[in-house]
Design a protein around this ligand. Structure first.
Ligand code: 1PR
Length: 674
């Protein structure tokens, strides 16, 4: 178990040996040309701890489950309840999901104080800036509230500062995202846009993603850190962990300046993962969404006497050993892990309780005979939403999705129980949460009009990191084509994406296969199934029709048309269900998923039909999607998330985030120590 006090216990004999070898070998190597002659003494001291560069020719193997788990400790017994950690000040300006960070800090035992005025910034002892929204929105808000002078003074004060995501990017002079907006300028240089119009050069990425097309943008998911030098922030084995990133813009390593990049990561090319100059630290990833590893990093920031200083030598040696061990095992290639997503379809059962249910080809009711009265069967009840979500987090789910499957019938914001479920879940689950169902413009029974943006805002405030649009996205795509392939700015996709960013908008597609004898029989793009399947009348071709209202109504739109339209309108990720494969446990519909994957450059989540770990391997191998989702097999306990990940890591050669993490995931609130 990693120690909270900073003293590091080498996790395995392997790491111990590596530590000894490293300490005896190159532990004192200096960063050569990267050390500026005139660097201040403190900076020079830090440089003396730098790790040597990774061997360029090192193979890009996945970070092995066993190594990362071992590096993180046994993850077994729950840690003791956290001692109070004192106060931390959060700089927020009211946009996006900052509740997650507050929840994470509270769960660690910290008292959170929100900045209400410039004086609160000046009086803070430890300040965290969880920037959300775009670069321009962040800077405009800081300026409008008069925070910029106080923030600059704080950044120069030597007191610990931790920026997160936009909180990192806003430290620079400017960004491609908002070209006319000046940043804080603490670091020179600009934040750049990922541009993968052309595929990265062979070997230029971790092999987990990419292929014949460019890498997906946003960079969304769990990626590694390549630590440049030991740091108190990474005490406790964190250098071997993956963290959750979600962003379309990045800080080039050069822009961070000499020694500015405490850690880098790779998506097509290296970029800054963690920045540090003096007491100013910032992560491109979201520690509050990075499971136990992220919580451990936050705890290190809060508890280290000098989080920006050099760690004690024992800890520094342990970190060097760990980095060496990771490099030896993984080649330091980085790249996104494939995400495993647990999905919870929720609805009221016939007694009015909100339950997790699960359909077979979207039918969530038991067979009528089970009732004995000739009426419809009962809604399948597979458990309580918060409990199941927490269980999946503990088991290593990389993301949890709630789909409110009957909300199209009523008024979504009247669905207070679901908002309560989301709020409760976000205090216990520290990986990304997505919620979908019923997000659209509507008017309630009292005649009050709500926009989709209003509905989404409530979900974000309740703890969602992303929202998912189903039916409304189909209507938006139809309007897009009717208007000549353009949006008018009013669709739910556009309005929510504009305010919260594309990465916060998922489109959930509910297609069904339509068989045709010949491609000439339909205006839609057809394909011939790769497994040789034929239709009921021997048809050899099919197309995938979009549906609305939970599959109850088919539309004259195919999945590729939908995918192209919704990403043009601003969706940042697609969730591809299949009405035919749902609940069948015979594998994902590879033709369907490959067709969508090939049509877009945003991340794609494969859904419907998983029955075994092999099916996950097949979909990653055949379609190159970034994530795969399952429901039924997890709910019924037939296959565990850990089983899937172990199989992928050992048999499938697929990079995944190690299950277990630091001190175990999903420990109860009040016991989130690491
Ligand atoms: O149209 O914006 O209100 O959103 C409604 C949302 O509810 C959509 O995302 C839609 O997919 C979902 N939904 C509606 N009805 C159902 C149903 O099952 N009757 N669920 C439904 C969709 C598919 C997945 C399922 C996977 C994996 N269910 O959620 O989890 O198929 O299942 P498996 O691993 O067991 O095969 P809107």
């Amino acid at each position: 178990m990693p120690s909270l006090s900073g003293a590091f216990v080498p996790p395995t004999a392997l790491a111990s040996q590596a530590a000894a070898a490293w300490a005896g070998g190159g532990a004192r190597r200096v960063g050569g040309a990267r050390r500026a002659a005139a660097a201040p003494a403190a900076a020079a001291r830090r440089h003396s701890h730098r790790f040597p560069p990774a061997t360029p020719a090192a193979p890009s193997l996945p970070l092995s489950t066993s190594m990362a788990t071992a590096a993180a400790g046994d993850g077994g017994a729950p840690p003791p309840a956290p001692a109070p950690l004192g106060q931390v000040t959060l700089l927020d300006y009211g946009a996006g999901n900052v509740r997650s960070l507050e929840n994470a800090l509270t769960a660690l035992g910290a008292t959170v104080k929100w900045v209400q005025s410039p004086d609160d910034i000046a009086s803070a002892d430890r300040l965290i800036f969880p920037g959300v929204g775009s670069f321009g929105v962040a800077m405009d808000n800081l300026t409008a509230r008069g925070y910029v002078p106080a923030l600059k003074a704080y950044l120069a004060s030597g007191k610990p500062f931790l920026g997160i995501c936009i909180g990192l990017q806003s430290l620079f002079e400017g960004s491609d995202e908002s070209p006319n907006v000046a940043g804080l300028g603490v670091f020179p240089g600009r934040v750049r846009r990922f541009d993968f119009a052309a595929p990265p050069a062979a070997g230029d990425h971790g092999g987990a993603d990419g292929g014949g097309r460019g890498l997906s943008v946003p960079h969304m998911g769990w990626n590694t850190v390549a630590l440049d030098r030991p740091s108190p922030l990474f005490a406790g084995g964190l250098a071997a962990q993956r963290f959750y990133y979600v962003h379309s813009f990045y800080v080039p390593v050069d822009a961070a300046g000499d020694g500015g990049a405490l850690a880098t990561t790779t998506h097509g090319h290296p970029f800054v993962a963690v920045l540090q100059r003096g007491s100013v630290m910032a992560t491109q990833f979201h520690p509050e969404k990075s499971g136990a590893a992220g919580l451990a990093l936050l705890r290190n920031f809060l508890t280290s006497a000098d989080p920006a200083g050099a760690p004690p030598e024992a800890e520094a040696a342990a970190q060097r050993a760990l980095v060496a061990a990771v490099r030896a095992g993984s080649g330091d290639g980085g790249g996104l892990a494939k995400r495993i997503v647990a999905c919870l379809d929720v609805r009221e059962n016939d007694h009015g309780d909100l339950v997790v249910t699960k359909g077979d080809q979207y039918d969530v009711r038991e067979a009528p005979a089970a009732n004995g009265d000739g009426g419809p069967g009962a809604v399948r009840n597979l458990g309580k939403p918060v409990e199941l979500a927490a269980r999946y987090y503990a088991a290593g789910a990389d993301e949890v999705t709630f789909l409110n499957i009957t909300s199209f019938r009523g008024a979504p914001l009247a669905d207070a129980p679901l908002l309560a479920v989301l709020s409760a879940t976000s205090t216990r689950v520290f990986v990304p949460l997505c919620i979908g169902g019923g997000i659209r413009d509507y008017t309630d029974d009292a005649g009050v009009a709500y926009s989709a943006l209003d509905v989404a805002a409530r979900y974000f405030r309740a703890g969602a990191d992303k929202i998912s649009l189903g039916s409304d996205a189909v209507y938006a795509a139809e309007a897009y084509y009717a208007a000549g392939r353009t949006g008018d700015g009013t669709s739910s996709i556009e309005t929510i994406s504009n305010v919260y960013g594309a990465q916060a908008v998922v489109v959930s597609i509910d297609p069904r296969r339509v068989w045709v004898a010949s491609p000439d029989d339909t205006p839609h793009a057809t394909l011939t199934p790769r497994d040789g399947a034929v239709g009921p009348a021997g048809e050899t071709h099919c197309w995938y029709q979009c549906t609305v209202k939970g599959g109850r109504e088919g539309r004259d739109l195919d999945v590729v048309q939908l995918a192209v339209a919704v990403t043009a309108l601003g969706a940042g990720e697609l969730l591809v269900n299949s009405m035919d494969a749902d609940g069948q446990k015979s594998g994902y519909d590879l033709d369907l998923i490959a067709a969508v994957r090939a049509a877009v450059s945003v991340p794609v989540i494969a859904s419907s039909g998983a029955g075994s770990p092999l099916h996950f391997g097949q979909v990653f191998d055949a379609t190159d999607v970034e994530a795969a989702l399952a429901a039924g097999i997890f709910h019924r306990g037939e296959v565990g998330i850990g089983e899937v990940k172990d199989w992928l890591a050992t048999e499938g050669g697929v990079p995944v985030r190690a299950v277990g993490g630091v001190g175990g995931e999903g420990v109860p609130v009040g016991e989130v120590g690491v």
